[in-house]
Design a protein around this ligand. Structure first.
Ligand SMILES: Nc1ncnc2c1ncn2[C@@H]1O[C@H](COP(=O)(O)OP(=O)(O)OP(=O)(O)O)[C@@H](O)[C@H]1O
Length: 298
């Protein structure tokens, strides 16, 4: 059963094409990671799926209804990227207020305990640390015993311990049958939680596959050198020239170096280094060659 779906969704903000023909289906029981660099379109996609925005073109469905219809959101829990908690309300009061919207909310003490906020129950939210506020915002997504939880970069700004506490809660929810869609910059986070990962870059789905398959794309290395000319080289996913150097992105740097030597290329100043996730995706998407990642796109 599909709980949330985007079909050929496009979203523009003026001249900015934030999403460009995106298809995504989240099935019941899945824990899906949505991964991508800054500006990839993750928040836009999340906001469309939860009814906070409308697509420019295409169709979005939530529990088989229009996400903008409150009835479709009854079984949904959301933590958007930015949450405005009323600063003068105490933590316990915020939980009570949100709980009043549900017929069978998680008891307040249990929720606060699970998210490590018991000691803060009487604190005004304006006096919480950024990390505590974030934890409360995420806790509220679970309060109504939702079937689907959508979390937009839930652990940004959290320290390691708080991040792990939150991961534990997400895992428990999923193990008990809940469905999760979570966006993140962090490959580590997606690896720790998700089986399936959807990679967005420049508004498009670059990959939709298992975490292992996508890790292979991220395992791209940058081989950089100075050479007058280069022959065609197998396994190079992107070539760029800057400051008199040629930068080659490849998933197998050892083989690339062997190929350079075998081809008799007169190169110098060779450097091999890992690329960050962000660099890898930016580079792979830089020249708009969808063929760069065909083997992991289903
Ligand atoms: N309200 C808006 N008005 C204009 N442009 C916007 C708006 N919201 C997003 N954009 C643009 O749309 C593109 C996608 O943004 P979006 O926030 O969805 O990306 P993201 O992957 O969530 O990024 P980040 O990881 O930085 O949060 C970006 O170019 C962004 O500048």
């Amino acid at each position: 059963m599909i709980l949330a779906r985007a079909e050929q969704v496009t979203r523009r903000y003026g001249d900015v094409l934030a999403l460009d023909g995106v298809d995504l289906a989240v099935h019941a029981g899945e824990l899906v990671g949505l991964l991508g660099p800054n500006g990839a379109g993750k928040s836009t996609l999340v906001n469309l799926l939860v009814g906070l925005r409308r697509p420019t073109a295409g169709r979005v469905r939530l529990f088989d209804g229009d996400p903008r219809d409150p009835a479709s959101r009854r079984q949904l829990g959301v933590t958007p990227q930015e949450t405005g908690l009323p600063g003068t309300l105490r933590v316990g009061e915020v939980v009570d207020f949100v709980a009043a919207h549900y017929s069978d909310p998680v008891p307040k003490a249990e929720l606060l305990d699970r998210f490590g906020l018991t000691d803060q129950v009487r604190r005004q939210t304006g006096g919480l640390s950024g990390g505590q506020r974030r934890r409360l915002a995420v806790a509220l997504a679970f309060l109504g015993r939702p079937r689907l939880v959508v979390l937009d970069e839930p652990t940004t700004g959290l320290d390691v311990e708080a991040r792990h506490t939150l991961w534990e809660q997400i895992r428990t929810f999923h193990a008990e049958g809940g469905t999760v869609l979570l966006s993140s910059h962090y490959l580590e986070e997606v690896e720790a939680l998700a089986q399936r990962v959807v990679v967005l870059g420049r508004g498009r789905v670059l990959a939709d596959d298992t975490v292992g398959a996508v890790r292979d794309i991220v395992g791209v290395r940058r081989v950089s050198l100075v050479a007058d000319t280069l022959p065609p080289l197998p396994g190079v996913v992107n070539t760029a020239h800057a400051d008199g150097r040629t930068h080659l992105l490849t998933t197998d740097a050892d083989q690339l170096v062997r190929d350079l030597v075998a081809a008799g290329v007169a190169f110098r100043d060779l450097e091999v280094r890992p690329t960050s996730l962000e660099e890898a995706f930016l580079a792979i998407t830089a020249d708009d060659r969808p063929a760069a990642v065909p083997e992991v796109t289903r």
